[in-house]
Write a protein that binds this ligand. Structure first.
Ligand code: PMP
Length: 372
């Protein structure tokens, strides 16, 4: 089976695995142990990884708080400022949207903005939604279903003018488009290693520290690790893997190569099949590895269950426990039956042309069979 579902997760890069292995075997020290060389070497490895993450984002190492992944980073960013008003939008990942809904139930002032038919957030609507009680705006950099890239620079300038903080879930953007914190006016940024060929179970919240202090509170108490924002013994092997994954991630050549293959996939599918509609913005305006389209005249469930040769997603892989149509496609105005009959492809640095050709043949075979 060919894996083209890299928005859900990615394969660990061989370089990442090789770097991690010694920290499972000989170098098993606790990075917080200050009394012996096992601890010192583990701490050195963590700091090396921190520098690798910082280099990718062009920010100081002190801004990085390692977490268990982006779900935790998003929760920390939003709940960590919990008593304050929040503005977010309907196309966010559930690890932002469900936090927002919980806060709303707890009577925090929460606004969930609509998105346009390309899942894009309108900066003017953000500006209009900011009230005196608003403290935080949360907008993702790139959408995990349709690859939409939000106008974060514009939104960031609005937030700065209005004196509110901006959090950004950049999970899907890292390694696909440049994410430079000297340019991008965001205060808090979430990352996840497993979306860019690192291991599962590690990520980071980046906390800007060159402006007024961000009044962030930890989600839980403990040993005071990670500048008292994330207590708990660091998973040194995972952190090491995350660092190496970040070092591999900043490669414009790879992004261009993914875009070329993705464009080939879409062109070939369209030349073979009628009734395909692209979901989301034009290919040039989305993540280079994303393709999402609906297939008219077929049943969504039958479509997914008939695809035997390729691993792709319908809707969001993160929420396949719920058979509901994708909340993102719904927010974009795609009707439920077309949402259900949608396919999401996510290419990676390892995707090759031969796999794209197999994917085309498989989708064409299944759609023709279901339409017959
Ligand atoms: N945000 C986005 C946009 C995602 O795609 C995902 C993963 N599906 C997450 C957050 C959650 O990341 P993690 O798996 O690291 O908790």
């Amino acid at each position: 089976m060919i894996y083209i579902d890299n928005h859900a997760t990615t394969r660990v890069a061989p370089e990442v695995l090789a770097a991690m292995l010694p920290y499972f075997t000989e170098e098993y020290g606790n990075a917080a142990s200050v009394n012996h060389a096992f601890g010192w070497r583990a701490a050195e490895a963590v700091e090396r990884a921190r520098a690798q993450v910082a280099r990718l984002l062009n920010c100081p190492t002190e801004w990085i708080v390692f977490t268990s992944g982006a779900t935790e980073a998003n929760n920390l960013a939003i709940k960590g400022l919990r008593r304050m008003g929040l503005v977010t939008n309907a196309a966010e990942h559930p690890s932002v949207l469900d936090v927002a809904k919980r806060l709303k139930r707890q009577r925090v002032d929460v606004t969930i903005l609509p998105v346009d038919r390309d899942a894009r957030v309108d900066p003017q609507q953000v500006a209009d939604a900011i009230k005196p009680e608003t403290a935080l705006v949360s907008v993702m950099l790139a959408n995990n279903e349709v690859g939409t890239i939000n106008p974060l620079t514009e939104i960031g300038h609005i937030c700065r003018e209005r004196g509110v903080l901006l959090h950004c879930d950049a999970v899907q953007a890292v390694g696909k488009i440049p994410v430079d914190l000297q340019q991008l006016p965001v205060d808090l940024l979430s990352l996840s290693a497993h979306k860019c060929h690192g291991p599962k179970g590690v990520g980071a919240l980046i906390v800007r520290r060159d402006g007024p202090r961000i009044p962030l509170e930890p989600l839980f108490d403990g040993g005071g690790h990670e500048q008292h924002l994330r207590s708990g013994t660091l998973p040194v092997p995972l952190v090491v893997g995350f660092g190496v994954a970040c070092e591999l991630a900043n490669d414009a050549v790879v992004s261009a190569q993914m875009a070329t293959l993705r464009d080939r996939l879409w062109q070939r599918l369209q030349s073979e099949l009628e009734g395909l509609s692209l979901n989301g913005p034009s290919l040039a305006e989305r993540l280079p590895n994303n393709l999402n389209f609906s297939v008219a005249g077929v049943d969504g469930e039958a479509l997914m269950s008939s695809l035997k040769e390729i691993a792709v997603s319908s809707g969001s892989a993160c929420s396949t426990v719920e058979p509901e149509p994708s909340h993102v496609l719904r927010a974009m105005g795609v009707n439920d039956s077309l949402s259900r009959a949608s396919l999401r492809f996510g290419l990676s640095r390892y995707t090759i042309e031969a796999e794209i050709d197999v994917a085309v043949a498989e989708v064409v075979r299944v759609v023709r069979q279901l339409r017959a």
